[in-house]
Ligand binder design. Sequence first.
Ligand code: OAD
Length: 231
Amino acid sequence: MDRIVILTGAGLSAESGLGTFRDVGGLWTKYDLEEVATPQGFARNPALVHEFYNARRANCRGATPNPAHTALARLQAALPDRVTLVTQNVDDLLERAGAALVIHMHGELTRALCGACGHRWAAPDVMGVDAPCPACGTASTRPDIVWFGEMPYHMEQIDTALAQADLFVAIGTSGNVYPAAGFVQEAGFAGARTLELNLEASATSGLFDEARLGPASQLVPEWVDEVLRGR
Ligand code: OAD
């Protein structure tokens, strides 16, 4: 049985109108990531960090899944025991496209996390510094997002899936942020074939067995059709 592990990045949601990070006009060209995406930045100015993620939550609410999200949901529904969907994205567009199980290694905009007791709950649309944790009452609410310098979520589950993969596919990610950027090698060492689907060559393109260049909304449905024809 062929097992497929799929890693997605910001390029998957680009055509839904959610900005990527490192492309021209990307989020990290407009905001200082040290200020809005590190624990130190949050300690210095929590209001600024909340403002940044409140805006991203609003953008996400206004966006709709594109054909690439829909195709991945269709693939997972057709092959539920064979497809592991891992995303670096904090949006919920894969879920809204119908994907049943998405591993969010960098957290989720729709979740809140208490910095004091670790309790998690559904994020309100607008989060502020004074919001108390519903479990312990402390006002140290933060978005449940993995910031730079923090450990990504679900790594054990992801490493197990990579070790068992026959095919690893990276979609719409620039290959700049580890550990996700290292998954291609991890899967390759474990014997998987590796495929990149991206608008342009990523930082790790040379590590893949095959790279296809183009917009995700076109490449992903084509590839999914190909997999489902050959199953
Ligand atoms: P990047 O912004 O680094 O890369 C996006 C990639 O998507 C680029 O390689 C683009 O060429 C590609 N791309 C853009 N539009 C596309 C389209 N329509 N179809 C296909 N590909 C397209 O985003 P990520 O690699 O996801 O982490 O960034 C990884 C992490 O860095 C993010 O999860 C975030 C960020 O800092 C945190 O905030 C912790």
